[in-house]
Design a protein around this ligand. Sequence first.
Ligand SMILES: [Cu+2]
Length: 114
Amino acid sequence: MKKVVFLLGFMCLAIWGFAQESADLQEVQIKTSAICGMCKKKIEKDLSYEKGVVSADLNVETKIVTVKYNPKKTNVTKIKKAINKAGYDADELPANPKAYKKLPECCKKENKAH
Ligand SMILES: [Cu+2]
């Protein structure tokens, strides 16, 4: 009987801990210089590798990426830097020039001819 109580207590704790963890997540919207679906994929993929980022979803029309993250593991500046490293602007922070040069021609922000 004792074991059952112990197990139940443990399960409650685990569920509580999980709920706590997801309740702590924060969301931020960052304006990027993404142009097309390829940009979307690259930014979302690069952000998914970033520590503390739970999800990233970029809207190509508005160029705004919505990022869910764990504030204990990362912060908005780090997320913006990750976008810069991918070769894109993130709000006031400009893209990393080296990464930007590596982007496919169609994804460069100066390129308006399609
Ligand atoms: Cu693109």
